[in-house]
Design a protein around this ligand. Sequence first.
Ligand SMILES: *Cc1c(COP(=O)(O)O)cnc(C)c1O
Length: 428
Amino acid sequence: MTSNNAEFERAKRVLVGGVNSAVRAFRAVGGTPRFIARAEGAYMWDVEGERYVDYVGSWGPMIVGHNHPQVLERVRAAAADGLSFGAPNVMETDLAERICALFPQVERVRFTSSGTEAAMSALRLARGFTGRDKIVKFEGCYHGTADSLLVKAGSGALAFGTPSSAGVPGDLARHTLVASFNDLASVQALFDAHGEDIACVMIEPLPGNMNLIKPAPGFLQGLRTLCTQHGALLIFDEVMSGFRVALGGAQQVVGVTPDLSAFGKVIGGGMPVGAIGGPADVMERMAPLGPVYQAGTLSGNPIAMSAGIATLELISAPGFFQDLEARCARLIDGLNRIAADRGVAFCAQHVGGMCGMYFLETPPDSYGAVMQQDVERFKRFFHAMLDGGIYLPPSPVEAFFFSSAHGDAEIDLTLEQADRAMRQAVAA
Ligand SMILES: *Cc1c(COP(=O)(O)O)cnc(C)c1O
């Protein structure tokens, strides 16, 4: 039998860093990534045959658990009819109809093959629609790897953004203005200075890429008002939160309606899917009806659409989110109780099936607060959990994910291991 170590060494000889997406390489926690051989329900097994309760869920998509029989059946049936056509198929319409029914302002949908493409295309659409170049994003929010979005705050208030990755031209980053999450004044200041030039404000309404952070009351409403006043589009990146915190996404939870929404993850049910949705007058500025170019060879792929349709069917069942919410709450309450009993500066919270844990006294409300975490404790906790068969995201700034396949047995096992891991984390 092979081992994770042997497979990592082999992978590193042909794949950059041994992986195809940076966070998988365990650089934030150290050690050897697990090479997963198989997954079912709430569990994954690595190439050494070790079993893990999975709280990554492919970074969000697997809300009904791995390999749900109904999803698998749909995918198999679709695959039998052909893998890709490069021509319209009715599954695209079926999935789009479901999305339009769940999101009142979404009248038209465009599918892509990733969340990155959805966010990138939403930006281009906003710029094409408004005829403006500048965009506003928030420190700590992640929208995939499009050049304009790999930008961090420059130095000094109101400074233009600077690239957060090599290879992004400064001239492009200049058009990205960076505000602070939960700080409406920081956005107001950008509109005061550049209001005429701002095409859109893009935000994760419930961020999960600086761990889970909740919006302060009135913050998203304030963004809505500012965008409307200045003729800018409000774009909610719901690639992670959509269909995960509630059937109608974060916008349903917070009661704020964006102009455009970006989706991904759950809508593909584990297959590569992204989507942009919005009102017809904005969306129809896109090709083939409008001048904003957008296309994709595998967009609307029939297998991927089938996985998405089956997943949306399952999560649309009456009571699905109430059940998920209640079981997830038991896990979160249990984690908080362990921390309280042991006197550890640790807390956890969740919205629907999207969860955060932090080595902090209270849940963070900003990127700055998340970065105050005791990272060394997290690393020890992560490895102690992994050794105990619990697979958490290998980074202190990522959310973790719960699924309908996580039952009482998995929660009990997780809490038992967390009690041990927390003692180990604080002992050093
Ligand atoms: C995952 C994610 C993306 C990028 O999606 P990919 O499918 O990885 O390209 C964009 N935005 C948010 C909020 C995400 O969580």
